[in-house]
Design a protein around this ligand. Structure first.
Ligand code: IMP
Ligand code: MG
Length: 179
């Protein structure tokens, strides 16, 4: 799939992201202090950089698992109908679960994923999103922890893609079309 020409303007620096993750890790410690049954669940693919940095700030016994839900495809519009494409490998019944997402936009993905995971009766089910675009919400959903609230801009980098590109940028940038 090809896209019109665009440039990427930095919005949140790698340094600002790292500092925010340190602060979030302190809040996660306060919540899960003493647990020995934490499973950190990354939503593929956009959360892979965030979850890697986040778990390395956690001084807790933690398992890592992944789940993939259907999403944007290659465009800029949410599909709204959320399907589980790849399920967890491990069991979460009775476990403490922290779901890690890159960005909450319309809210459909995390609303559906948490509803689905809740049916497996985890002890605690919490969510963390690096970014939140509250102006775009279509269903009510609020992550337990949010890294940054951002305006209604299409962003890339730090794991987040546009047409599968730009996930490798170390910062969050916004897409600006030049064509
Ligand atoms: P929601 O279901 O609309 O909340 O969508 C969440 C998913 O849409 C995220 O996990 C991202 O994969 C994708 N998404 C939302 N906003 C953006 C964006 O600005 N850039 C890239 N992907 C986005
Ligand atoms: Mg996603």
């Amino acid at each position: 799939m090809s896209h019109p020409p665009y440039v990427i303007d930095e919005m949140i620096s790698a340094k600002a992201i790292a500092a925010r993750i340190e602060a979030l890790a302190r809040e996660i410690h306060a919540e899960f202090d003493g647990t020995d049954k934490l499973v950190v669940v990354g939503l593929l693919r956009g959360s892979f950089v965030f979850i890697a940095d986040l778990v390395r700030e956690l001084d807790l016994p933690v398992e890592v698992d992944f789940l993939e839900a259907s999403s944007y495809g290659d465009g800029m519009e949410s599909s709204r109908e959320v399907r589980i494409l790849k399920d967890l490998r491990g069991q979460i019944e009775g476990r403490d679960v922290l779901v890690v997402e890159d960005i909450v936009d319309t809210g459909h993905t995390l609303a559906k994923v948490t509803e689905y995971l809740a049916t497996r009766q985890p002890a605690r089910l919490r969510t963390i999103a690096l970014l939140d675009k509250p102006a775009r919400r279509e269903v009510p959903f609020k992550a337990t922890w949010t890294g940054f609230e951002i305006p209604d801009e299409f962003v890339v980098g730090y794991g987040i893609d546009y047409g599968q590109r730009n996930r490798n940028l170390p910062f969050i940038g916004k897409v600006r079309f030049t064509g």
